[in-house]
Design a protein around this ligand. Structure first.
Ligand code: SF4
Length: 279
C-alpha cells in the first residue's frame, strides 16, 4: 500500500452526474479495491488507476483550494465522492472529507456522501447539524460476508456498514443504501435482496439501486478476481433479467415500506421533491 501526497489544481469539479452540480474527490485511487469499481475508468492519475487498491493519491492542498474556490461560486449539490471512497482508511489520518464537508455545509452547499466505511460515523455531528442539507449513502452490495470478500476485498464488512447506517440514522442524519452494483448470478438472489430491504426499513434508509455495467477497467478487475465471472457484455446487460429484477425490487420496497429508486431515476426524484426549493 502506498500513499502519495500531491498538490492538485482544483478541489471542486463540475459533475457529469445529473443529480450533482459538483464533485469533490479528496483522494485518487481507493484502498477498498472493489472488483467492479467504475472509478478505475475515470481516474486520471495513471499510477492510481493502473494499481487499483494499492496506491492512493492525497490532495494535500485540498482545503486551501476549496476555501479559495467557493468564494463567489454558485451554491449547489456536491457529491463526496464520485471516483473514490471519501471515508477509506486514509481519511482516518488526513480528515479531508470531514473537513471539506464541514466547510461546504457551513458555506451553504448541499453535500451528498457515498461510502462503504463506518469511519463516517466520526463526522456524524457535522452531518446531523445540517440535516436538511446533506445525506449519507452507504453501499451494500450483499450481506453475505464471503461474497463481499470476493468483490470488495478490503472494504469494511456488510455488518459494520449496517451498524453505521443505524448509528447515523439514530443521530438524525438522512441515510440511504446504495444497493449496487447488482451483478447477475452473483448478488441478485431474492432472499439476499430481501434482507437488504429489511435493513433499510430497520435503519430508516431509502434505497437506490443499480445494475452492473461492465466498464473496461471493471471488467478487467472482475475477470481477474471473481471466480466464474464471465466478462461478456451481452450476458450482463440483459433486458429481461433487469425487468424481472426491477419488479422484484419494487415488490420488496412495497413490502417494507421503503422509498426506492433506480440510480437512473434518482436525479429526477431529487430535483422534484428534495432539492428543488433550495436553490
Ligand atoms: S469503495 Fe467505491 S471507489 Fe473504492 S474501490 Fe470500491 S467501488 Fe471503487
Amino acid at each position: 500500500m502506498r500513499i502519495v501526497e500531491y498538490n492538485a489544481r482544483t478541489a471542486l469539479s463540475r459533475s457529469g452526474m445529473a443529480e450533482l452540480d459538483y464533485a469533490l474527490n479528496p483522494y485518487s485511487g481507493c484502498f477498498h479495491g472493489c472488483k467492479y469499481c467504475y472509478a478505475v475508468d475515470f481516474t486520471r492519475i495513471a499510477d492510481a488507476a493502473n494499481n487499483w487498491g494499492d496506491v492512493v493519491y492525497v490532495k494535500a492542498n485540498l482545503m486551501d483550494l476549496l476555501k479559495s474556490e467557493i468564494k463567489g461560486m454558485k451554491r449547489g449539490i456536491v457529491g463526496l465522492s464520485t471516483i473514490t471512497d471519501p471515508y477509506q482508511p486514509v481519511e482516518a489520518k488526513y480528515g479531508l472529507s470531514g473537513a471539506s464537508a464541514d466547510l461546504l455545509l457551513r458555506s451553504g452547499f448541499r453535500v451528498t456522501v457515498q461510502t462503504k466505511s463506518p469511519l463516517v460515523r466520526r463526522d456524524a455531528n457535522i452531518y446531523a447539524g445540517h440535516r436538511n442539507s446533506c445525506d449519507i449513502g452507504i453501499t451494500i452490495t450483499t450481506l453475505n460476508d464471503i461474497k463481499a470478500g470476493i468483490i470488495e476485498p478490503h472494504a469494511p464488512s456488510p455488518r459494520a456498514r449496517g451498524d453505521a447506517l443505524k448509528y447515523l440514522s439514530d443521530a438524525g442524519v438522512k441515510t440511504w443504501i446504495f444497493l449496487g452494483p447488482i451483478i447477475r448470478g452473483f448478488n441478485d438472489d431474492p432472499t439476499e435482496l430481501d434482507n437488504i430491504f429489511s435493513l433499510a426499513s430497520y435503519t430508516g434508509s431509502r434505497v437506490i439501486f443499480d445494475t452492473y455495467v461492465p466498464y473496461r477497467g471493471a471488467s478487467d478487475l472482475m475477470s481477474s478476481g471473481v471466480p466464474d465471472y464471465v466478462a461478456d457484455r451481452s450476458y450482463h446487460v440483459d433486458k429481461e433479467w433487469r425487468t424481472a429484477l426491477v419488479r422484484s425490487i419494487e415488490a420488496m420496497a412495497d413490502k417494507y415500506g421503503v422509498r426506492c429508486n433506480s440510480q437512473q431515476e434518482e436525479w429526477l426524484v431529487e430535483k422534484k421533491y428534495d432539492f428543488g426549493s433550495l436553490f
